[in-house]
Write a protein that binds this ligand. Sequence first.
Ligand SMILES: *[C@@H]1O[C@H](CO)[C@@H](O)[C@H](O)[C@H]1NC(C)=O
Length: 753
Amino acid sequence: MALHGMLLQQKLLLGALILAATAASQPHSGCNNTCGNLTIPYPFGTSEGCYLDPSFLITCNYLSGIPTPFLGDKTSNIPVLDISLLDGELRVSSFVARDCYNESGLPVNRLYTSFELMQYFYFSYTRNKFTVVGCDTYAFIKGSGERNYTTGCTAYCDRIDSVVNGSCSGLGCCQTSIAEGIWDYTLSVSSYNNYSEVRSFNPCGFVFLVEEEAYNFSSLDLQQLQNKKEVPMVLDWAVGNETCEYAKGNMTSYACKAEYSECYNSTNGAGYRCNCTKGFQGNPYLYDGCTDIDECKNPKSCNNETQICSNFPGDFKCSCREGYEDDGRGTSCLAKLNQSKVITFALGISISLLALVVAGSWISWALKRRKLLKLKEKFFKQNGGLMLQQRLPSHRGSVETNKIFSAEELKKATNNYDKSIVLGQGCYGTVYKGVLPDNKVVAIKKSKISDQSQIEQFINEVIVLTQINHRNVVKLLGCCLETEVPLLVYEFITNGTLSDHIHNESLSSLLSWEKRLKIAAEIAGALAYLHSSTSMPIIHRDVKTTNILLDDNYMAKVSDFGASKLVPLDQTQLTTLVQGTFGYLDPEYFHTSQLTEKSDVYSFGVVVAELLTGKEALSFNRPESDRNLAMYFVSAIKEDRLLQILEDHIVKEGNIEELKEVANLAKRCLRVRGEDRPSMKEVAMELEGLTIMGKHPWGKADLHMEETEYLLNNGPSHSFSIDVGIGCSSTANTPIGYDSMMNQVLKPVDDGR
Ligand SMILES: *[C@@H]1O[C@H](CO)[C@@H](O)[C@H](O)[C@H]1NC(C)=O
């Protein structure tokens, strides 16, 4: 009790000292703020001028050479273990009270303890537990401070194995809380039966106030706590006994000196404590004690991958790195860069693909074009383009009127060779009607060339036609050699072939004698022109009604020069492959292969006979002897039955004399021997005379029937029928000397004559 009274007195004295020392609010520079391993922060201090007030005095005692801090002055026996500014806690050692008995049941070691704190320090009621250990034990704690407080606990057990380690619920160990606001306590401990029943394993009872987390009950403690004098305990400390509001009013004594500090009231008893405000750390009781926390040093503050951390006094900011953007809620950054990278990547891929496709299609187009050009070149060569090029310069005068058309042009002109615009078809090829870009209507002949040798025939026609400029000869406008088969472009003759007009019943009635005579004269004129007027005589070789075209005015146009021959001026006849159309073919030429202009005269005679009679040049509908019109016609004249075989309507409308004269002229043309036939020029003049003057220059018929019959009867009539039967007009399929002869077609033939 004396001790207690002395302590109380000391406390009052300290309170007076505190009031006096309120001005010394900051520690001076020479303060030693360590003791042993303990750091002593202000407001605690080890000497005057180093602590806030004397209740914060820590005395460093050198017990047996080891510096040991004690709470209070030199007389203190409260060892300090730890000081925490943040929690306002002070960890100290507290004594264990005990009550031990010997085998006789007599008390041998009875130790009660009391503990009294300086002003404004309290036993933590949240961290400490009043603890009783023993198996025949009861104990009390009598506390005082802001209130008086007493509580007790009983620990009991009969066997050591009945206690539970870590459990203080009464079996060998009992724990209970203490009240708040206590700065003074006394512990007392007693036994029910002097440990007579449990002495073998528990001769003592123990009691102490201990930091709950620091003490874990074990059955071993029932004996071993005899050796333990001290346990840790937590005190709550505070500044003064005022509230924050009050302390702030008295600026000189207000302890929260730091700029960024705040005050909070103690939760255990009176007084207040200080803390650095959020974002600051350090000692709030010192000027400039609270320093900014550099949150950016903590890698968890921001997402380093996507954010940049910026530190501010008391705060920090996470801003998005370049290429990232706020998610809209301000909590994280989204990879803007990644998205745009994806877009860029996708775009890049797309552009590359597009470029590839474009390049690919360009290359493919270029290759195709190259292939096409090569093909065109190949066709050009194959189609005799080179031959034509070689030949044309020698006939420069007429070349300029001709044109080489492109395949594309003609494809367009014929609407891609539309079948509906086919004008005619035969063994020579197909003729299409075409319209050129300048709206000029043309006939386009797509030659049917199956072998290379026929190219020469084609080129021949081109060459021949370029030599000719006559109103009664179909005009060649140009050609195209780029296609697989060569194409010839002619002026378009609107009214069809003479053959159609003669043999079609309705057309035939419209073809008056006057027209027929005029047509005959025009054909004769054209042939005469071919034979004599051009620079090099041309033998048509295939004069027949299907090769005579008529325009709307019934003007005759001689066409199809595929078989024609240029005859060098110094030659009057050529030895060639027999070519022509049966029914029109000069029998002399057929037998001798000697081609002269007179062969055309013979064929013309057949055409005139056709014009007069309206009968086909060769017809299997007639009796065998009459199949060949030439023979039939000549024999009719001989038998004086001309009028019977003439076309009915021309007999009615025509001048009989005139008809007879023309018939006689035809008969002369049909003479077996070429020499006996009139020249084309003579024929032309005579017919012209008839058309103009309506009178005949030659008065008598001159028949040489015998020869005609002889030659015709010895002709290979069966081969006629074969050729005509298949509708092709050329005898060129006669096998004899075919190839060798063909090679010579366009060349002046020295061995001719
Ligand atoms: C309690 O723990 C100690 C070791 O810490 C052990 O020796 C003892 O047997 C335990 N007692 C009980 C009752 O489990």
